[in-house]
Design a protein. Structure first.
Length: 209
């Protein structure tokens, strides 16, 4: 999107910016009333030419009735703001009973500093390498944080019950093995008790013989 280049007017140490509605001297702003600024702008735009009072009134006081004394008063305020004096430099010439003429040399300057800054910023953005971290990850940082929390909850609600179930199964199996081993041990002990008297009686018979 292209931006309109601002038009500035420079005369002496002054700079007139119609877009910003400001007048500055050596970079320092000079406060002006709105009508005084409009008078200056009309005179500067018509520099070197006579601007009669009727044109000033129709350009500055649109659809308003003003007396000639109002123009003279605002011209006086404008001259004071420009630092005119009887022996100093003249910017505004009075044409008796006719109007006024801006007589200072005016330079038209195109203020394209903003456009240059935008161009430089666009060039820097074009030269920057792509952000691999952002492109490689399909999730934004808040989304990744939610995924991590979900993984923790998944471990808590799935893995832990599985481990508990495995422990219960192991205990049940151990108990079943213990119960299966108990009858076998009892049978072997009974056999041992039966065999013990038989062995002792056989020993006694051998001794008596």
């Amino acid at each position: 999107m292209s931006r309109q280049v601002k038009q500035l007017y420079e005369f002496g140490p002054f700079c007139l910016d119609p877009a910003e509605h400001t007048l500055s001297r050596d970079g320092r702003p000079i406060p002006l009333r709105p009508k005084v600024f409009d008078l200056l702008l009309v005179l500067v735009e018509n520099r070197g030419h006579l601007v009669d009072k009727e044109k000033l009134m129709s350009s500055v006081w649109t659809e308003q009735f003003v007396e000639e004394g109002n123009i003279n008063k605002n011209i006086s305020m404008l001259r004071q703001a420009l630092g005119e004096s009887d022996s100093g430099h003249k910017f505004i010439e009075t044409v008796p009973k006719r109007g006024y003429r801006f007589v200072a040399d005016v330079r038209e300057v195109n203020d394209n500093r903003e456009a240059e800054l935008l161009t430089q910023a666009a060039g820097r953005r074009a030269n920057q390498p792509p952000r691999e971290t952002q492109e490689s990850s399909p999730f934004s940082p808040p989304t990744r944080a939610r995924v991590k929390r979900f993984n923790k909850h998944w471990v808590a609600f799935v893995v832990v019950p599985v481990l508990l179930l495995a422990a219960i199964v192991y205990l049940v199996l151990m108990r079943q093995r213990g119960r299966a081993a108990t009858p076998a041990e009892a049978l072997s002990s009974d056999r041992a008790r039966i065999a013990a008297p038989a062995a002792s009686s056989s020993l006694d018979s051998r001794r008596s013989a």
